[in-house]
Design a protein around this ligand. Structure first.
Ligand SMILES: NC(=O)c1ccc[n+]([C@@H]2O[C@H](COP(=O)([O-])OP(=O)(O)OC[C@H]3O[C@@H](n4cnc5c(N)ncnc54)[C@H](OP(=O)(O)O)[C@@H]3O)[C@@H](O)[C@H]2O)c1
Length: 250
């Protein structure tokens, strides 16, 4: 089966491409560097030809509110037009748990991305994931003021990129759900404690302060804003195992 992975060079994209290729599928890893651009449309028609499944794992180069909204709007429209022309049977996209429960600019753009998928007329599955463990350093940086990192004590359930990619590949090979599936890591704990554990483990001297008023990328968060509320498919790699693997890779 031919599978087109948009953003196939990214964190999740490159892992998903490797899994699907290992499974014997013909996989095109598409990105601007490989001449496929969902914003300009460059190379999209050619890459899409004969693809039965399209997996969208692209991300905006800028996280500024307007830029990210424009990225997911334009990318989605161009992608769906090309998918319709190529009679794609299943489109899969990676979204985020709680995007409609916390108000920040990035989440607003992901809501728009989901709406475009749902109204595209092309069979789809949206995978809403919790935050990647690989994103913990970025979260700490975005919440830091000098040596102090203010993080909400809300619940948090991060997932390893390896688990995300395995689930994305599995979902892409199954029938379209025409709905949303949620995925999360195997461990749930207060957000501030997980970030503190991460900084300690990597030898970062910054101090995490629990702050119920601390925002998540500008959005207010409550106890369960960032975790699945209903049934979720869980990854297998916990924090310690993820750390061991990432330190072994470094
Ligand atoms: N971070 C989290 O915790 C989290 C949680 C849940 C869901 N997500 C979602 O997961 C998805 C993947 O994230 P990631 O961290 O794997 O992304 P990433 O590592 O930043 O990779 C982004 C990919 O998008 C490609 N790309 C950028 N502009 C493009 C364009 N115009 N046309 C085609 N491809 C383009 C990049 O290609 P180049 O290499 O050529 O630039 C790269 O392959 C995102 O949609 C994100 O919203 C993230």
């Amino acid at each position: 089966m031919k599978i087109l992975v948009i953003g196939g060079t990214g964190l999740i994209g490159s892992k998903t491409v490797a899994i699907l290729r290992h499974g014997g599928h013909e996989v095109v890893a598409a990105s601007p560097k490989s001449g496929v651009n969902t914003i300009t449309g460059e190379g999209l028609k050619e890459a899409m030809a004969g693809a039965q499944v399209v997996i969208d794992l692209a991300n905006s180069p800028s996280f500024e509110d307007t830029a990210v909204l424009e990225f997911f709007k334009t990318s989605g429209r161009n992608l769906h037009a090309a998918e319709a022309a190529a009679s794609v049977r299943h489109q899969v996209a990676l979204s985020i748990v709680g995007i409609d429960r916390t108000d920040n600019g990035y989440f607003r753009a992901k809501v728009v991305q989901e709406k475009l998928i749902e109204t595209s007329g092309i069979p789809y599955t949206i995978i809403r994931s919790t935050q990647f463990l690989e994103f913990l350093g970025g979260i700490a940086d975005s919440s830091a003021d000098g040596n102090i990192v203010r993080i909400s004590p809300c619940l948090f359930q991060p997932i390893a990129a390896d688990d995300v990619a395995a689930i994305v590949a599995d979902v892409a090979l199954a029938a379209p759900r025409n709905g949303i599936v949620e995925i999360a890591g195997p461990e749930r704990a207060p957000f501030n404690e997980i970030v503190a554990r991460y900084l300690k483990a990597v030898g970062d001297p910054r101090k995490v302060v629990s702050d119920a008023e601390a925002r998540y990328f500008g959005g207010r968060v409550e106890e369960r804003s960032l975790v699945p509320l209903g049934e979720a498919r869980l990854g297998r790699i916990g924090f310690d195992e993820w750390l061991r693997r990432s330190q072994a890779r470094a």
